[in-house]
Ligand binder design. Structure first.
Ligand code: KG4
Ligand code: ZN
Length: 388
């Protein structure tokens, strides 16, 4: 296998990332500049601000990644960049930079789907820990702020292919975590805060129902496309829906008259620079902690149960869980326990590689490098890019 050093660049949302990965299996550097502080006052990512921050960060982040890896612009073998899905303006910063660099130093350019990157984050770390014993087919749950997708993944001679067998019909799981945290005055991003608060509440205290989806999703499909789908392609789908639980939390807040205490908490936290767990705990009463714990338990149970049902239906041999929400401790624990009971191995990226980073982009680019799957200089961002 050739010894290829690939410089990866990621700018699809609110993290500017650059990394150097050797042959899809060894991280030489992985630098992430987070924009959380920029977006925090708005309670979510503001696309215009994201593009501006990427522009500011991209040059120093790439320089740092090369320096930490002991590489130069000239010494890397290829440049890989996220093509989509993501925010168009944010993607364009990474793509324009990568194109200019590839042109200047005469290196091949590789376009990577961000979701494929999340899946390869798992593979990269498995290879890094010398676990090459992966059995196919693999079922990958990519669960982040923008996605809750199930993919069947296969590989043949470095050609990876993916088949989507489930997706969210409305909110992504991470989006539900973020919206519920915002609603409860806990700040942004909500996932990591809820993750840390949940163990302090009773997960059985409030009963939430997650939606059970029975009918196929036909939105956005033309009749001609529907007719073309063979029974096999059309196969069983395992879709998710999380806008209902978010509304149920809102209803609970209203019926229990929690708004005044939420407002007090919001203002108190806004006045603290980098609040700690103790600050959150001091500002949350038992009822709120119970609500947070119950919300997280319902989300986790739904993600785990639907994924395991899909795994049985498609008779998969390995499970991957990746994306920002895969950092969630309870999700990991329950997945491991439940998949273990089915005798199904489940792999997660480390917490650092769960959220957006460029090492996963450089890793996903390696099989494409091997196949010489390079892109021409006229390729562009694809905000709604599908994974196939
Ligand atoms: O993959 P990612 O960094 O960006 C996207 O591609 O969306 O995922 C970010 C999402 C956010 O919604 C964030 O709240 C969620 O992942 N997240 C978590 C945790 N850490 C990040 N959700 C639950 N528990 C966590 N520990
Ligand atoms: Zn992501």
């Amino acid at each position: 296998m050739p010894d290829a050093r690939i410089l990866g660049i990621e700018s699809s949302c609110d993290e500017t990332g650059a990394a150097v990965v050797r042959s899809g299996q060894q991280i030489l550097s992985n630098v992430v500049a987070s924009q959380i502080a920029t977006h925090q006052p708005y309670g979510g990512v503001v696309p215009e601000l994201a593009s501006r921050e990427h522009l500011r960060a991209i040059v120093p982040v790439v320089r740092q990644a090369l320096a930490e890896a002991g590489q130069t612009y000239q010494s890397v073998d290829a440049i890989a960049v996220t093509q989509g899905p993501g925010l168009a303006g944010a993607l364009l910063v990474g793509i324009s930079y990568a194109k200019a660099l590839a042109f200047a130093v005469e290196k091949p350019l590789i376009a990577v789907n961000h979701l494929e990157g999340h899946i390869h984050a798992v593979l990269l770390e498995q290879r890094q820990s010398e676990n090459s014993d992966l059995h196919f087919p693999v079922l990958a749950l990519v669960v982040s702020g923008g996605h809750t997708h199930l993919y069947l993944a296969q590989v043949q001679e470095n050609l990876w292919s993916y088949r989507n067998i489930g997706h969210t019909r409305d909110d992504a799981a991470g989006e539900a975590f973020d919206k519920v945290a915002k609603l409860l005055g806990l700040g942004y991003p909500g996932g990591p805060i809820i993750d840390r608060l949940a163990p302090h509440g009773d997960p059985q205290a409030v009963k939430f129902q997650t939606s059970q989806i029975k009918h196929p999703d036909r939105r956005g499909q033309k009749q001609s496309d529907r007719n073309q789908l063979s029974a096999e392609e059309d196969g069983p789908h395992f879709d998710f829906s999380y806008s209902g639980i978010k509304t149920a939390v809102l209803r609970y807040v209203e019926t229990q008259s929690l708004k005044p205490v939420i407002e007090v908490r919001r203002q108190a936290l806004a006045g603290i620079d980098k609040p700690k767990l103790e600050d959150y705990l001091r500002l949350c009463d038992r009822q709120t902690l119970n609500l947070v714990a119950s919300f997280q338990r319902s989300m986790v149970n739904d993600l785990v149960m639907k994924t395991l049902t899909a795994a049985r239906e498609y008779d998969v041999r390995t499970l991957f869980v990746s994306g920002g929400v895969a950092a969630n401790l309870e999700l990991r624990t329950i997945f491991e326990r439940e998949a273990g009971m089915q005798g199904l191995p489940v792999f997660f990226p480390s917490r650092a590689l769960s959220t957006d980073n460029a090492a996963m982009i450089a890793a996903a680019a390696f099989p494409k490098f091997m196949r010489q799957e390079f892109v021409a200089m006229d390729f562009s961002a694809e905000a709604g890019m599908l994974l196939r």
